[in-house]
Design a protein around this ligand. Structure first.
Ligand code: KG4
Ligand code: ZN
Length: 359
């Protein structure tokens, strides 16, 4: 069975084709991503109107290219999966309206996909077609249920326990900023380019992670996260470093900090932000004893996360290839395959977007 996945919840216009074999393997046949990141860089974050306009321009070429790369005509496609939430309203609309139209036009079942849940399904992709461009580092086996998912992105930070497909419960989530958002905001403070995660990690390599002791939030639910305090602690530390008080504007900080001070702040922030994720994942693993742990979402691209978790977790964490960590259509198509098996199609004439869909 071959499913076309369409993703437009934020700043990536993406489409991919994934094939579910009789043996249960998920094979990636194509994976096309057109990012509008460069258009947002000057603003230091995603501008919803710009993202939506960019989706309109890219959606059809991206879908076309994903079918071509997969060597598929419409006759080969068994269904269309699309992200309907959570995400930016204007962005989601483009993907959903495109998928609805294609579903009616080509008479294909339509599957409504939750973006956050889908991030975990990037870890289920275990094969690629030989024609696919770019090397993918894929796992030899798929994660087994029950599984613990750490979903970490620009919009989400949560620990979700999956008993099986479609049967999951979130045991902890952020009460304020998402971890990726904290990376993006600290990067902006240090005048580093958006998205903040990769920029912070690059600079952090030149810094000392133990230079500044930054606080970890104490939460009443031990699996909840909070990142706004850590972000403020970086600001206060930077102000102190240059001999200013808390009134000093964060916009003027970067030009007063030396390269070494910036690198030490980036390293200390990155270390603490990631250590919190690892601490909570480990605690949840010890309590729930799942068969596997999946780490997914944009922040799972972090090398620091991979470095910290490996020696502390007694099972190997399933972390998707970097190209499948950030937003993509493959994860949407992958979860779409299981929707298709469960015959969970929706009406293409009435599917609505759900920008604040909960997981
Ligand atoms: O999953 P994603 O592509 O989009 C959302 O659904 O939000 O995640 C984007 C987030 C951004 O906040 C970005 O700074 C972060 O993932 N990110 C990283 C890294 N690469 C991307 N954070 C830490 N380290 C990275 N290497
Ligand atoms: Zn995402």
């Amino acid at each position: 069975m071959k499913i076309l996945g369409i993703e437009t919840s934020c700043d990536e216009t993406a489409a991919a084709v994934v094939e579910l074999s009789n043996k249960g393997d998920l094979k990636l046949l194509s994976n096309i991503v057109a990012s509008s990141i460069d258009l947002h860089k000057v603003y230091g974050g995603v501008v919803p109107e710009i993202a939506a306009r960019s989706h309109i321009e890219h959606i059809h070429p991206v879908v076309k290219q994903s079918l071509e790369e997969a060597d598929c005509g419409w006759g080969d496609i068994d269904g269309i999966a699309v992200t309907y939430g959570p995400g930016l309203g204007g962005s989601l609309l483009i993907g959903v309206l495109t998928a609805r139209t294609l579903s009616v036009l080509h008479n294909k079942p339509l599957y409504a996909i939750n973006h956050v849940e889908a991030h975990v399904y990037a870890a289920f992709i275990n094969k690629t077609s030989k024609k696919l461009s770019g090397p993918y580092k894929l796992p030899s086996s798929q994660p087994a249920f029950p599984l613990l998912g750490l979903i970490v992105s620009g919009g989400h930070t949560q620990l979700t326990f999956f008993k099986n497909h479609f049967d999951f419960q979130t045991i902890g989530r952020t009460t304020d900023d998402a971890v990726g958002e904290a990376f993006d905001k600290v990067a902006k403070m240090l005048a580093l380019p958006y998205p903040g995660g990769p920029s912070i990690e690059r600079l952090a390599q030149k810094g000392d992670a133990r230079k500044f002791k930054l606080p970890k939030a104490r939460m009443s639910n031990k699996y909840d996260f909070s990142y706004s305090g850590l972000k403020t602690a970086v600001l206060r530390t930077a102000q102190k470093e240059i001999g200013e008080d808390y009134n000093f504007s964060s916009h003027l900080l970067a030009e007063r900090l030396s390269e070494q001070q910036k690198a030490d702040l980036a390293a200390s922030f990155c270390y603490t932000a990631i250590e919190t994720l690892v601490d909570k994942t480990l605690a949840a693993y010890e309590e729930l004893r799942p068969k596997s742990v999946v780490i997914a979402g944009g922040v799972s691209a972090s090398a620091e996360l991979r470095r910290q978790i490996a020696p502390r977790l007694s099972v190997e964490a399933h972390i998707p290839d970097i190209k499948l960590c950030t937003d993509n259509g493959a994860m949407i198509a992958a979860l779409g395959c299981y929707h298709a098996v469960a015959k969970q199609s929706v009406n293409p004439k009435s599917l609505e977007i759900s920008p604040s869909l909960k997981t």
